[in-house]
Design a protein around this ligand. Structure first.
Ligand SMILES: Cc1cc2nc3c(=O)[nH]c(=O)nc-3n(C[C@H](O)[C@H](O)[C@H](O)COP(=O)(O)OP(=O)(O)OC[C@H]3O[C@@H](n4cnc5c(N)ncnc54)[C@H](O)[C@@H]3O)c2cc1C
Length: 321
């Protein structure tokens, strides 16, 4: 097999340096990650909720794998190496791209886990200092990468809802919506101090829901149902989803279904006659998102064409790889 320099891969697989660290709230660390190679970072159109991968050492200060001569099989080869050498890969959202050319930087907001038991991603972010290094897997300008799920089509209103892990995506989407967009965003966060200032269109209502020790989803679930006029008090019990009902890989969008439901082609999506002209984008802990999906799609008959439900993490379960 001939090794291909990483610049020939259809994506960026590049070592980056932490250029700036800001503790923006008790639960969020904001990092700026830079490398001259990010001059080639880019997507066709808006970034919306663009996800990317970060490879960090398995423990802060541990070794970082190198990919200079990666070929198309780099991922399988990387997985075969012991975790102590290869580090771990985690998924995050590009909150913003700043700078340009060789000074392009990815801004990422990483949650420090509420219970203090952090996985390798959160632990790395908590300890991060300027000059630390990681590897990003991100879109290369001019190439298909995927990873954008916000597709409102012709909807005239949006409803965005999520927990702290979805705050970077929701706030990124809000900042990119057209000034005449209408709708609402519900953001459940660990505490009042995590309420961030947000750039958003005037017609989109922003509702912060600090848990302050209450169970995950206990504020988000009723707030979303109440907003939609769906009897929040009675439905709040639906947040109690049994273990075997939670899909650990929950990913239900109009064009992808982790449970194997029929998916739709994009043309059908554009032409969909969506209920109330509404598009719903909901992400966060899998049990909470499963509860909202059950309430909205199964109990209240929202059409799959107008909703995206994404399990961003699962309580008690580490991400794979
Ligand atoms: C498309 C997508 C975009 C995402 N964007 C972001 C983002 O921008 N910022 C961000 O912080 N996260 C984001 N996430 C979520 C993030 O990938 C997970 O939280 C991931 O598990 C963190 O990895 P870790 O190494 O810290 O913990 P892991 O090793 O995966 O898990 C270790 C333990 O920590 C628990 N845990 C994981 N996350 C949390 C949490 N947030 N709070 C409390 N306990 C937790 C797990 O249940 C497990 O018990 C995103 C996920 C997806 C799929």
């Amino acid at each position: 097999m001939t090794a291909t320099p990483t610049h020939a891969l259809p994506l960026l697989l590049e070592e980056v340096e932490v250029r700036r660290v800001d503790r923006i709230s008790p639960s969020f660390v904001r990092l700026q990650l830079g490398s001259p190679a990010l001059a080639d970072l880019g997507v066709d159109g808006e970034w919306w909720d663009q996800r990317f991968k970060l490879i960090v050492p398995h423990v802060p200060g541990g070794p970082l794998p190198r990919f200079e001569a990666a070929d198309a099989d780099w991922y399988a080869a990387w997985l075969e190496r012991p975790v102590e050498e290869r580090g771990v890969m985690r998924t995050y959202t590009i909150r913003e791209v700043v700078g340009e050319g060789a000074d392009t930087r990815i801004v990422v907001d990483i949650v420090l886990h509420e219970d203090g038991e952090m996985g390798p991603g959160a632990a790395w972010a908590a300890a991060a200092q300027v000059g630390d290094r990681a590897v990003v897997l991100a879109p290369r300008r001019g190439q298909q990468f995927g990873g954008i799920e916000f597709v409102p089509g012709t909807a005239s209103r949006v409803l965005l809802a999520g927990d702290e892990t979805a705050v970077p995506a929701i706030t990124a989407i809000l900042a990119q919506l057209s000034p005449d967009a209408r709708g609402a965003a519900f953001l459940e966060v660990p505490m009042i101090g995590d309420i961030l200032s947000v750039v958003h269109p005037e017609g989109v209502q922003i509702v912060w829901l600090p848990r302050e020790g209450a169970p995950l989803g206990s504020r988000l679930h009723p707030a979303v149902l109440e907003h939609l006029g769906l009897g929040a008090v009675a439905e709040a019990a639906a947040a109690q989803v049994a273990d075997d009902e939670v899909d650990p890989d929950l990913w239900e969008t109009p064009t992808y279904s982790s449970s194997g439901e029929p998916v739709l082609d994009p043309v059908v999506l554009r032409e969909a006659d969506v209920r109330d002209g509404l598009y719903l984008w909901i992400a966060g802990e899998s049990r909470v998102v499963t509860g909202l999906r059950r309430a909205l799609v199964k109990d209240h008959g929202f059409d799959r064409r107008q909703v995206a439900f994404m399990g961003y993490w699962r309580q008690g379960v580490a991400m794979k790889s």
